[in-house]
Ligand binder design. Structure first.
Ligand code: HEC
Ligand code: HEC
Length: 339
């Protein structure tokens, strides 16, 4: 059974690129984003249900924030606790851990204000006011989806965890000095109705589900997107081997052979088989037909990619993030370092 264990490196490029992204975003300013006062968690059941769908479906939070010891259950389609612990090894910089986002008050988000959570997701600022390493692409979430997500997070039962970032002095300096918070790239939207349109598909592919983050080639130096949008070509390595992220634009082969219903069927089928891939198939198979049709419609509008997916691109061997298993469970898990 596949798991993101010791040698899995599928996400190592993420941090390798993050420093560059930070430099590129250099004009953003932390002071601009004090706690957001407008979006508040709600107990409205419809909103919570929407949040659950986004978190365990297209948003695939569990692929990073889920307890890595329960990876196999997640891939088999279960909702696992979002108690964090997945470690991203950054080489010389040390390591970052995906934090506990259950309602546990000390290691989790139980004591964080709604505004602090909104600021994390929309502006990439951590609870303690530093820029978050850019693993997430939620800056352009609509107000309603952001509200739905934090409303659902509030319902997660507390699960203690004691994983901490373990940055080297160089890494600590890098995250403080080089990273910058992110900014929404388009005017903020209050809401978007799920519809099988290319516009909604674009929102899913670039923001909620971040297809773009894996399917568009990025410069390892600067983090900038350098490949044709959704044109594939990145190489991701996992225990089960090395994966070339495919071109999913028209003309790339894959999309040309699929009808809309074939595309929906592919996600349903791959979600069922706990597939050994960096792509979060089990989460994505929870997407509705409307959502998948929207993504298909959006992909059809893309210009054919210029790059040849998988061509001569080879993964670099150093300085990239490795996704490794969480540290062995610690029997004194409830003795947290102070927050
Ligand atoms: C690709 C991996 C990945 C995905 C997917 C992901 N996260 Fe994160 N998230 C991280 C990492 C890594 C950090 C810590 C980064 C840092 O500390 O610089 C983080 C930080 C956070 C924080 C900030 C916590 C704090 O202490 O300030 C929140 C809140 C959060 N994530 C919520 C979510 C939610 C909700 C989702 C899904 C809708 C999600 N994340 C999806 C990797 C991910
Ligand atoms: C974390 C990285 C990642 C994300 C996010 C991601 N993909 Fe992928 N995708 C991959 C990799 C790696 C492969 C090749 C391995 C495989 O087929 O599972 C792939 C394969 C595919 C395939 C080909 C499947 C086949 O049977 O040949 C399609 C279609 C696809 N992705 C669409 C999408 C869409 C649409 C999204 C967003 C909703 C998305 N991907 C998000 C990494 C990702």
């Amino acid at each position: 059974m596949y798991s993101f264990t010791q040698r899995t490196r599928c996400c190592r490029w993420l941090f390798a690129t993050s420093i560059g992204i930070g430099i590129l975003a250099g004009c953003a300013s932390l002071e601009l984003h004090e706690d957001n006062d407008e979006i508040r968690a709600s107990t409205n059941p419809d909103l919570i249900a929407r949040g659950r769908h986004l978190v365990h479906g297209p948003g695939h939070c569990a692929y990073c924030h889920g307890n890595p010891d329960r990876d196999a259950e997640m891939r088999a389609g279960q909702e696992i606790p979002l108690s964090g612990g997945r470690v991203f090894d950054l080489g010389l910089l040390g390591s970052l851990v995906a934090p506990n986002i259950t309602s546990e008050p000390v290691s989790g988000i139980g004591n964080l204000s709604d505004g602090t959570l909104v600021r994390s997701l929309r502006y990439g600022v951590s609870r303690d006011g530093r820029p978050l390493a850019p693993f997430m692409a939620f800056a352009d979430l609509t107000d309603r989806d952001l509200q739905a997500i934090i409303s659902f997070l509030r319902t997660l039962p507390p699960v203690p965890a004691d994983d901490q970032h373990d940055l080297s002095p160089l890494g600590a300096l890098a995250v403080r000095v080089l990273l910058r918070p992110q900014m929404p790239t388009s005017p903020l939207r209050a809401d978007m109705e799920p519809e099988p349109t290319a516009e909604y598909g674009r929102y899913l592919a670039h923001t909620v589900a971040n297809c773009n983050g894996c399917h568009t080639r990025r410069s390892k130096l600067t983090g900038a997107f350098v490949g044709s949008p959704l044109g594939g070509g990145m190489v991701m390595e996992a225990d089960s081997g090395s994966f070339v992220v495919p071109d999913i634009t028209p003309g790339g082969g894959l999309l040309d052979h699929l009808t809309q219903s074939g595309f929906v069927g592919l996600f349903r089928a791959k979600g069922r088989v706990a597939i050994e891939s960096p792509m979060p198939w089990s989460a994505f198979s929870r997407m509705s037909d409307t959502e998948l049709k929207a993504i298909f419609a959006y992909l059809r509008t893309l210009p054919p990619a210029q790059n040849v997916a998988g061509g001569s691109h080879t993964p670099e061997q150093s300085g990239e993030t490795q996704m490794v298993r969480r540290r062995a469970p610690d029997p004194s898990a409830d003795q947290h370092a102070s927050n």
